[in-house]
Design a protein around this ligand. Structure first.
Ligand code: FAD
Length: 449
């Protein structure tokens, strides 16, 4: 089945409810299991839920087709397997904080929001977070998940070392300093090299952040001052519905240093918000992290959404496209022209920046990037008609899709965008010679002939 048909078929199963509680041992397919958004029903016959890292080598060795499963926040079939999914939800401990090396080692299934408060209490921080703290560390890193900030690489750039178990049961550890190419190939790996058990992340002295929001930025200001606007804070996000020649909200997250002063009420023609806002302005801001310039720890300001609350809208689909940052304004203007077509299916769009990295399969490989994100209404029949049009508009600008969201880009085009793909395929063969980690997603993208 072609990728488009596959996604279409699976979206026919949409039900919008959350997973039922799961039990410890392997589960049979009769229990319908969905991803976080409820738009995709996993097809795997069995769900395994190991309680400890020590169980992994024997488990993966004995299983045939298999796939690690994180916190289920991807919108496509990347985390599925025809036979076995292995949930990492119980691999959720802090292993150690190494104050000398300035690193934290965690079990791979832990969610950022679960260990960030302890890290802060010990005086440390990560460099950045995604819009939500609810996602697993390994799941985020293998798909190139990112936050914003012109100088901030995606979340994988904090990875100093990885421990994973190949489907043959071999335990492999790769270090950024020692393992050069293999490390650069292995971090953003789309779930194709093994089950990551432990991740070592760089940490730094903890820091305080304030977020100041502005509303109704004239599009002309964005065109003329894109770089200044996106550089006006440590992490800056724009939210837009592509209507009225304006950006509806700007979220500026600044690290609070001694000389951090209040911002003026007028920011390139946008006005300072006078109340807390949800990115979708009509929704209550109760689920959002604190705003109006109130300082708080990094982990309670860098994400837009609070741990313990539903992030974003809940019943939604998502797509996201990266282009080199030098093409940002042209790419944004190309999408702006499609505003009337996009708006009926849209909940909100977000524009962020990500610094270049060295990971072969990262959409930001060796290029500073801008990401144009779409939170869609859960209406796949219509959204799937729009994606090829958006992809066509963005193609002159070197578009690459987010691996964990919905896209329709042709496999050949996709493959041509990754200059290290051949090396990556060789790497996956080294670690998974029998192809036990293959699934429909990988067959339709990186392995498609
Ligand atoms: C509301 C919402 C907001 C989001 N915001 C952002 C955002 O701000 N920025 C952004 O870039 N993305 C964002 N995303 C997308 C999300 O971050 C990614 O889809 C991410 O991959 C989710 O991690 P997960 O653990 O849920 O992965 P899953 O969906 O569970 O799995 C994703 C992939 O990771 C693999 N995997 C998981 N665990 C392991 C492991 N231990 N070892 C090896 N492979 C593993 C799986 O096999 C699969 O291939 C958002 C998603 C949602 C639902």
């Amino acid at each position: 089945m072609k990728r488009k048909e596959f996604l279409k078929t699976s979206s026919a199963l949409v039900a919008g409810s959350f997973l039922s509680p799961l039990h410890h041992s392997a589960q049979s397919k009769e229990m319908v299991r969905k991803n976080w958004a409820g738009n995709y029903t996993y097809q795997a016959e069995h769900l395994h839920e190991p309680r400890s890292v020590e169980e992994i080598p024997a488990l993966v060795k004995k299983l045939e087709l298999q796939k690690p499963l994180g916190s289920r926040h991807c919108f496509n079939n990347i985390a599925d397997s025809p036979l076995n999914q292995i949930s990492t939800q119980h691999l959720n401990q802090i292993v150690e904080i190494n104050e000398e090396a300035k690193t934290i080692k965690v079990e791979a299934g832990v969610r950022y929001g679960d260990f960030a408060p302890e890290l802060h209490r010990r005086g440390y921080a990560l460099h950045n977070l995604a819009s939500l703290p609810h996602i697993s560390v390994a799941g985020a890193c293998v798909t190139g998940t990112h936050g914003s900030g012109v100088n901030n690489g995606n979340l994988s750039t904090a990875v100093a070392a990885l421990e994973f178990v190949t489907p043959e049961g071999e335990v492999v550890t790769l270090h950024r300093e020692k393992d050069g190419d293999a490390f650069n190939g292995a971090v953003v790996n789309l779930g194709s090299i093994g089950l990551i058990t432990k991740v070592t992340l760089d940490i730094q002295e903890t820091f305080i952040v304030r977020q100041d929001l502005f509303q109704e930025l004239p599009l002309a200001s964005l065109q003329d001052h894109f770089d200044e606007i996106m550089s006006s804070g440590y992490s800056v996000s724009l939210f837009t519905d592509w209507l009225n020649d304006q950006v509806s909200q700007i979220w500026i997250k600044r690290r609070v240093e001694e000389d951090t002063s209040d911002m003026e009420d007028d920011f390139y023609g946008a006005q300072a918000a006078t109340r807390d806002l949800h990115p979708i302005t009509r929704l209550s801001a109760e689920h959002c992290t604190e705003q109006l310039g109130v300082p708080g720890p990094w982990y309670e300001r860098l994400p837009h959404f609070k741990m313990g609350f539903t992030p974003s809208s809940g019943e939604e689909l998502q797509s996201e496209y990266f282009v080199p940052r030098r093409n940002a304004v042209d790419a944004i203007m190309a999408i702006e022209k499609m505003g009337d077509q996009i708006f009926p299916q849209l909940l909100i769009s977000e524009i962020r920046t990500i610094a270049a990295d060295s990971f072969w399969m990262s959409p930001c490989y060796q290029q500073d990037s801008v990401a144009i994100h779409f939170t869609w209404k859960q209406n796949w029949a219509e959204v799937q008609k729009l994606l090829p049009k958006i992809e066509a508009e963005l193609s002159p600008y070197g578009v690459r899709p987010h691996w964990g969201k919905l896209f329709t880009l042709d496999a050949k085009v996709l493959q041509s965008l990754y200059e290290k793909l051949a090396d990556f395929l060789q790497l996956t063969k080294t670690y998974d010679p029998q192809g036990k980690l293959r699934n429909a997603y990988l067959n339709d993208t990186i392995y498609a002939a």
